[in-house]
Write a protein that binds this ligand. Structure first.
Ligand code: ADP
Ligand code: MG
Length: 537
């Protein structure tokens, strides 16, 4: 809030809103609780933001800079504070990046709303005023954007790099950014007759692996299964594989109910063993007949999917077998290989198998994994093997890669980039400030307050970079007021205000626009609440 707006409060006093004390108290407590959440993650914003170490009750430690991750793991009790956690999640789903920014903006807007309430402006009036401000801000941000061509890899790289800039693993952005761009380009499908492309992030499988450094992260056009083959003496490398994915088990069947079979003499024992042998042999013979030399077995929750005897027989027919394919991975495996899961032995025939050029079991000090490349019948999917020296590093690298993938996806969906470093927020604040002067009544205050609240992004970026936030924001205001430097933002490297376009700090328009829209929506929702009602149970 600017001090000027405080001095003018008397003008709206004629329309003063007399709230009963309870709704006012509830509103205040909601605002304060939500602001506390926002304050907690403010220091993580931007390339020079701090990281958080999150300790779970079971002693597990997560180190992260990602707003959505921090909030997801924070134990938040107040219902209004939970709304900000939800807000961050909504941004994560909608855009994938900008999860810290959205909460920081919401916190600043709540602070602004609190001051407007103190002036006696009715919550509904503030809510409407903020909605008007949002529309204007969105227009400004859109005006600031430059559209990009999706075949222009360079533009996508910049969006990915900006997203990675602010991460713990930022020094590896030269490796991770191209991987993110290649992965999205491999899976995107252009929308016929429209702009942009459709991207399903489920087509990019990120596999975390401890061992090596983040620099060793690789993109694989094919399938990676993060465990070893079950064979004891079987093949570990197959060229021109014929692959079958089965959903049934190759082990003795179990009864539905828990009961015992008591075998009292050797002859009966022999019969039982022979039966089992025959049963398994029958399945393995069918596998051999179909010509399958790589068998993938879905994980079974009822029993061991493969018995020792089955592995023995499969070894003999030189079929590589990989068990414990997770149920939720089946869809991805099918899409990658271009196959369908085989649910019963009767359907295990040659025409249900698919070809893969090369399957190999890669042996590393940290363990073995399976790599399949050259999946001829497959759809557009890719796997990314993220590596790092420890669990915490790998997990954070994977989360950062997720943000970068999302950033590129945002550009694919809506091919436009805006300068970062607080430039869009500062430009919108400048424009709103101009509009506020002409706006009548309470709108004047609401637009002014919204404009000031938006400056929280550049001011926090500056603060986190060790710069003087007031000096930086004033410099930024001057730059935007001149009307010629629309890309001016906080240059954290040089410690002053420069044009972010020249610094290649560009981010997807969708991330910024969605952050503004979602933050405003949540703040309006919080303002409209005037009571908290607890249920009986
Ligand atoms: P979020 O979770 O909201 O994405 P980040 O910590 O990633 O939060 O910070 C994003 C903010 O940092 C954006 O406003 C972006 O413009 C800004 N930013 C990223 N890279 C730079 C940079 N090199 N210089 C200045 N600002 C940057
Ligand atoms: Mg980010």
């Amino acid at each position: 809030m600017s001090p000027k707006a405080g001095g003018d409060a008397g003008k709206v006093n004629s329309a003063i809103y007399k709230d009963k004390s309870k709704p006012a108290d509830i509103r205040l407590s909601n605002i304060n609780a939500a602001k506390a959440v926002s304050d907690a993650i403010r220091t993580s914003l931007g390339p020079r933001g701090m990281d958080k170490m999150i300790q779970a009750a079971n002693g597990e430690v997560t180190i992260t800079n990602d707003g959505a991750t921090i909030l997801k793991q924070m134990s938040v009790l107040h219902p209004a504070a939970k709304m900000l956690v939800e807000l961050s999640r909504a941004q994560d789903i909608e855009a994938g990046d900008g999860t810290t920014s959205v909460v920081v903006i919401a916190g600043a807007l709540l602070d602004a709303a609190e001051k407007l309430l103190q002036k006696g402006i009715h919550p509904t009036v503030i809510s409407d005023g903020f909605q008007k401000a949002l529309q204007m801000a969105l227009q400004v941000v859109e005006g600031l954007s430059t559209s990009v061509d999706l075949s222009n890899e360079d533009a996508l790289l910049k969006a990915a790099a900006t997203s990675l800039n602010s991460k713990v693993v930022s020094q590896h952005s030269t490796i991770l950014a191209p991987i993110a761009v290649q992965a999205i380009r491999a899976v995107m499908e252009p929308i016929q007759g429209g702009v942009g492309a459709r991207v399903d992030l489920r087509d990019v499988k990120v596999i975390e692996r401890i061992g090596g450094t983040v620099e060793d992260t690789e993109l694989i056009q094919g399938l990676v299964i993060p465990h070893r083959a079950s064979n004891v003496n079987g093949p570990h490398r197959i060229e021109k594989a014929k692959v079958g994915l089965i959903q049934f088990c190759i082990s003795p069947p179990k009864t539905d109910m828990d009961h015992n079979v008591i075998v009292s003499d050797y002859a009966a024992m022999d019969r039982v063993l022979k039966e089992e042998r025959q049963y398994i042999l029958n399945i393995v013979k069918q596998i051999k007949k179909a010509g399958c030399n790589l068998l993938l077995v879905q994980k079974s929750i009822l029993r061991d999917a493969l018995s020792d005897l089955a592995i023995h027989f499969l070894d003999k027919i030189k079929t590589m077998v990989i068990k414990d394919i997770e149920r939720e991975d089946i869809e991805f495996v099918c899409k990658t290989l271009g196959c369908r899961p085989i649910a019963s032995l009767d359907h295990f025939t040659a025409e249900n198998l698919v070809n893969v050029d090369l399957v190999e079991e890669v042996n590393e000090p940290s363990g073995k994994y399976i790599k399949m490349t050259g999946c001829s019948g497959g759809g557009h999917t890719v796997s990314v093997l993220v590596r790092g020296t420890s669990g915490a590093v790998v997990a954070e690298a994977a989360r950062s890669l997720h943000d970068a993938l999302c950033a590129v996806r945002c550009v694919a969906r809506r091919p436009a980039l805006v300068p970062g470093g607080g430039a869009p927020e500062a430009a919108a604040a400048a424009e709103l400030g101009r509009a506020a002067i002409a706006a009548p009544g309470a709108d004047h205050y609401c637009l002014r307050a919204y404009a000031d609240a938006l400056e929280v992004i550049p001011s926090t970026l500056a603060e986190n970079a060790g710069l003087n936030p007031i000096e930086t924001v004033t410099e930024l205001r001057a730059a935007h007021a001149s009307g010629t430097q629309s890309g001016a933002g906080v240059n954290v490297r040089r410690g002053r205000v420069t044009d972010m376009r020249h610094e290649n700090v560009l981010q997807p328009l969708h991330v910024t626009a969605s952050a503004l829209a979602l933050a405003t929506e949540t703040v309006r929702a919080i303002l409209k609440i005037d009571d908290i009602v607890n249920t009986l149970n």
